[in-house]
Design a binder for this molecule. Structure first.
Ligand SMILES: O=P(O)(O)OC[C@H](O)CO
Length: 409
């Protein structure tokens, strides 16, 4: 018994050490390569697309500058209320534009509520977040009391990116707030105008009211004035132990007959999501996944690589986005179903964080998402089986050493 325990301890220690060496090596190489990345030529911009779904107008943004201009303009036009929630809120020029816009709104009497994640913004000087006294700001804490008591309901980051103005216009998608994202990263966000804005307003209010904090005003609980099944917000709420975004992905993938086009910044699927994709491909569905060849998280890239053999083996097309970070979290299936939101295809997003995706059943919107996927594909290279099978032994060993880390990302 004693011998077995010592052997297991040594094996675990050996694995941790090997993982530390691999991660240190990857980070060192990545740091060197980042210098080259600064000279990247950029990426093709798919454009901005408008569609009407029932009584709601939708606009898909694929370029940060355009999106940020539209969001700031919406805040500047606000008459009653601004609800702004973001994971990252950088203390740079774009971050300051948003801060100043919400402060201006509060100054002219608009009710302003902002939420930003404490963990994601640890590196930002706290003095940057200088709010007008009438701004209701909530920095979602890194450490919550329930975490100390190892209650799973107390875990998770606020990974959502939502703006709702006057309950009339709403925005949701992958874009965080920061200058880098304005021009350097390819991402996708959706603007909606009309009754379906309730979906985003309800999500924001639900999160805001989740924890009663003294002196923080509650947002009123409003019923929807309609039952519109074509646009639905799907919210992961760790505090309630509900993670339905994973469910809508599984359902849509299992339903697929013709094609599944997924774009994701980080791709570390759990067993069921992976299995659903493999089964879809094996039954003849055209399954394609766009992900960055070099994302901003080198360890995440290398964890993704651990899935390539089974995916390519089953006929899934892996498209590696070139010369830029692609940060979109979107999927479109069979020309019928699409989703745009904040959840990556990894465990952190699908079973860990506060997330929000819009699930949309509309052919015109699906066709737009396919067009965007086509443009992004033109800036991606297909990873062939030959290339993948001939990768270096060191790469294979590194993938195997890192594989046990998958459940943590
Ligand atoms: O967490 P996301 O998907 O918003 O991406 C943010 C970047 O990874 C931050 O490094």
């Amino acid at each position: 018994m004693g011998f077995a325990r010592v052997t297991m301890k040594r094996a675990a220690l050996g694995l941790f050490s090997a993982q530390a060496v691999v991660i240190a090596g990857l980070v060192a190489v990545d740091t060197y390569q980042k210098r080259q990345r600064r000279k990247r030529p950029g990426f093709p911009q798919p454009g901005t697309f408008h569609t009407r779904i029932a009584d709601t107008d939708t606009t898909v943004y694929t370029y940060g500058e355009d999106l940020f201009d539209a969001m700031i303009a919406a805040i500047d036009r606000a008459e009653h209320q601004v609800l702004l929630e973001t994971y990252i809120w950088k203390g740079d020029e774009v971050g300051a534009r948003f801060r100043d816009a919400v402060n201006r709104a509060a100054e002219r009497g608009v009710k302003v509520f902002v939420i930003y994640d404490g963990f994601a913004n640890l590196v930002v000087n706290p003095f940057f977040y200088a709010w007008h006294p009438r701004v209701n700001a909530y920095r979602f804490p890194v450490l919550r009391p329930s975490i100390v008591f190892t209650n799973i309901r107390g875990t998770g980051f606020d990974h959502r990116k939502v703006l709702v103005v006057d309950d009339e216009v709403g925005f949701v998608g992958g874009y965080n707030i920061g200058s880098l994202y304005a021009t350097k990263w390819r991402d996708t966000h959706l603007e909606i105008r009309g009754p379906s804005v309730w979906e985003l307003r309800e999500a924001f209010a639900g999160f805001w009211n989740l924890r009663a904090i003294p002196r923080r005003p509650e947002l009123p609980d409003l019923s929807a004035s309609f039952w519109e099944p074509r646009i639905r917000a799907v919210n992961n709420i760790p505090a309630n132990l509900v993670f339905p975004i994973r469910g809508i992905y599984l359902d849509a993938i299992n339903r697929a007959r013709h094609h599944i086009f997924i774009t994701t910044a980080y791709f570390i699927p759990d067993r069921q999501i992976l299995d659903a994709l493999l089964r879809a491909s094996r039954r003849g569905v055209d399954v394609r996944v766009i992900l960055p060849e070099d994302s901003n998280h080198v360890v995440s890239d290398w964890l993704s690589r651990g899935f390539y053999s089974s995916l390519i083996g089953a006929g899934v097309q892996i498209l590696l986005y070139q010369n830029s970070m692609i940060h979109a979290k979107t999927a479109t299936i069979d020309g019928e179903w699409s989703t745009v939101g904040t959840a990556n295809i990894d465990r952190l997003s699908l079973t860990g964080n506060y997330e929000i995706n819009l699930e949309i059943f509309d052919r015109a919107l699906a066709s737009t998402m396919e067009r965007i996927f086509e443009v992004d594909s033109s800036n991606s290279r297909v990873l062939s089986k030959e290339e993948w099978d001939s990768r270096h032994l060191v790469a294979r060993v590194s993938e195997a050493i890192l594989a046990p880390l998958r459940p943590f990302l």
